[in-house]
Design a protein around this ligand. Sequence first.
Ligand SMILES: [Zn+2]
Length: 297
Amino acid sequence: MTQISSAEQDTLQRFIFENAPIRGELVHLDSSWRTALSHHDYPAPVQKLLGEMMAASALLVSTLKFEGTLTIQFQGSGPISLMVMEANNERAIRGIAHWQGEIVDGSLKTLLGNGTLAITIDPTKQGERYQGIVEITGETLAESLEHYLTHSEQLDTHIWLAADDQQASGMMLQRMPGDMSDENREDWDRAIALATTIRTQELLELPVKELLYCLFHEEELRLFDAEPICFRCSCSRERVGGMLKSLGIDQIHAIIDDEGSIEVGCEFCNQKYSFDKVDAEELFAAEIKIQPPKQTQ
Ligand SMILES: [Zn+2]
């Protein structure tokens, strides 16, 4: 089987059906996925789900029409208690999973137990934060997300996801909003039937054009330019400082008196931030605003 070219690694490609109101996206994550993995030692089933989730978040964030962040969060009572994946409109993604005990591969329900799927959209500039929460349903992560999008967002959507320890990839087909004529219904059903023939290995390994030809060679498609995707954490010393400041000066002094310094590690990227006594002074000194000198006439 052909391996995908370096030009297609860590990219998202959109496509549309020329003769039907259907849009699609294909995403392939390579070094971005391996970077996300390198910070943690996940058991294989957790790794697979998290890879699928990273691919899914790239697909979904690309449907945003404004600057902002999209967060997918699964929270459950099963061996995997939490999975969070956050992506922004620059297609920078970070994510994490929490699990307990030994993890045996199984359906989404076995791994997560009873719980909720929440999708949050946080616009950077104007607009309100929006969150939709549903119960986790479906055997796979893709089914669960499809259920959310179709029922909560009223967007007919199908998602296919695949991941191993080297790469993660995904495909999404979405029916464009509007009234569904009989002809549209047939086009949509046919596209889904064709797409469903895809195998996991093909999704992981086939170059985009080859994959699309394989599935839809009887359809007329328009493929857009590839857009880059990366793993990037949004943590920073300023953000951690802000969080420490919110604990209050007394609390911070108490910890430093006890431990010598405050160590904060970012869960997503393992970056360590250390604040000693001098750093803490600076943190709170910055609060005192210096008035500019009055101008003399
Ligand atoms: Zn970080």
